[in-house]
Design a protein around this ligand. Structure first.
Ligand code: FAD
Ligand code: DHB
Length: 389
């Protein structure tokens, strides 16, 4: 068995890369450890940059997104009991689209089936061979039998815990990491959003985020302890805690209801350099993690696979290695800017255990500066809507 590009991981990075390569006439096979339903049950990101929407349009999967996605022109920052709107469209001329990662994934999966492209779900013990030099191969177990596929390139799109980055010799990697001393407890409910735009709340009890998936479905997050567990958070307790962290107007408008999903995610900044090792490329969470504040994780996965697909097209169509040689540098340049932004948003909005009054005053000064200065608003906005690529 043979393909041009073997893609490890069928999350958003792998699926979008598969469709981009297909558009360029490059054959690819996805190897995914889990099954389709498992992947679609994961509730994750919700905000798409215009660039991500553009890529989904490019591969012809934006119909449902344009029908159901919510276009947002601004966000609200809440602190000291009051809310302040940042008009991102006024600052940048751009918008973001609220459309869940689950739906993006579903649309990409459906397009892949329609295009007749191969995805091996439930692929066990995936291992990567001979990518440093020579002809790469991917080995995997399916239904108890070991198979092997030869390829020109391997794209490691298998997330933070995947096998691709772990297949690289440790001394070839430089790792950068910051683990934050808190997590996010997320709750999804079939209730109308508290406000038409997202509210990022800085509060002395901890950060809170009011987000949404549609006009009838809300997504809320609470900063929680790192070792906390969802079982400690019955719905009533979640709603009570959320109300304590919101401004009065939001409390008055909040509609509560039973949760559909609740989960806790740790917060981490992480970058692995470089993103290319011979004929293996890393993309998305396999190469880097951002804390979710600012909604950059999924969008970075999209810009990575854009760079990679263009580089591979150049390799096959123009017989030039220039693109693949430059992939890691190009991708990392954008990755680090998003790392900075996500770290900054996280630092400005969360309560850090053990910090003093000085730190809280600095946070409030930073927030006040943001709402008073056009230059600061512009800086926040251009990062939030997504830096160009
Ligand atoms: P993933 O989505 O992780 O996909 C990787 C795929 O590879 C998975 O399907 C996995 O099953 C598969 N895989 C793993 N190992 C193997 C293997 N050995 N062999 C084969 N397949 C394998 N971002 C935001 O912007 N906002 C959020 O609110 C937000 N919330 C998040 C909550 C959680 C719990 C997590 C983990 C992430 C969250 N993110 C969020 C980040 C965002 O979801 C990710 O950045 C995005 O999913 C990255 O896509 P990816 O395809 O690179 O990786
Ligand atoms: C969502 C998640 C984020 O991290 C964010 O900054 C905004 C929205 C969400 O899941 O809706």
């Amino acid at each position: 068995m043979r393909t041009q590009v073997a893609i490890i991981g069928g999350g958003p990075a792998g699926l979008l890369l598969g469709q981009l390569l297909h558009r360029y006439g490059i054959d690819n096979v996805i190897f995914e450890r889990k099954d389709r339903d498992y992947i679609l049950a994961r509730i994750r990101a919700g905000v798409l940059e215009q660039g991500t929407v553009g890529l989904l349009e490019q591969v012809g999967v934006a119909e449902r997104l344009h029908h159901d996605g919510l276009i947002h022109h601004g966000i609200e920052l809440a602190f000291n009991g009051a809310r302040h709107r940042i008009d991102m469209t006024q600052a940048t001329g751009k918008t973001v689209t609220v459309y869940g990662q689950t739906e993006v994934t579903r649309d990409l999966m459906d397009a892949r089936i329609k295009a007749g492209l191969t995805t091996v779900y439930d692929a066990g013990d995936v291992s990567l061979h001979d990518f440093a030099s020579g002809q790469p191969r991917v080995r995997y177990v399916k239904d108890g039998t070991t198979h092997e596929m030869a390829c020109d390139f391997i794209a490691g799109c298998d997330g933070f815990h995947g096998v691709s980055r772990q297949s690289v010799k440790p001394d070839a990697l430089k790792l950068f990491e910051r683990v934050y001393p808190f997590g996010w407890l997320g709750l999804l409910s079939e209730t109308p959003p508290v406000s038409p735009e997202l509210i990022y709340n800085n509060h002395e009890r901890g950060f809170a985020l009011c987000s949404m998936r549609s006009a009838h479905r809300s997504r809320y997050y609470l900063q929680c302890k790192l070792d906390d567990h969802v079982d400690n958070w019955p719905d009533d307790k979640f709603w009570e805690e959320l109300k304590r962290r919101l401004d009065q107007e939001a409390v008055d408008h909040l509609v509560t209801g039973p949760s559909i999903e609740k989960s806790i995610a740790p917060l981490r900044s992480f970058v692995a350099e470089p993103m290319r090792f011979g004929r293996l490329f890393l993309a998305g969470d396999a190469a880097h993690i951002v804390p979710p504040t600012g909604a950059k994780g999924l969008n970075l996965a999209a810009s990575d696979v854009h760079y990679l697909s263009v580089a591979l097209r150049e390799f096959y169509a123009d017989k030039s290695s220039a693109g693949i040689d430059d992939y890691s540098r190009r991708a990392l340049s954008r990755v680090w800017k998003a790392e900075r932004f996500s770290w900054w948003m996280t630092s400005m909005l969360h309560r850090f255990p053990g910090t003093d009054e000085f730190s809280s005053r600095i946070q409030i000064a930073e927030l006040n500066y943001l709402i008073e200065s056009d230059a600061a608003k512009m800086s926040l906005s251009e990062n939030y809507v997504g830096l160009p690529y």
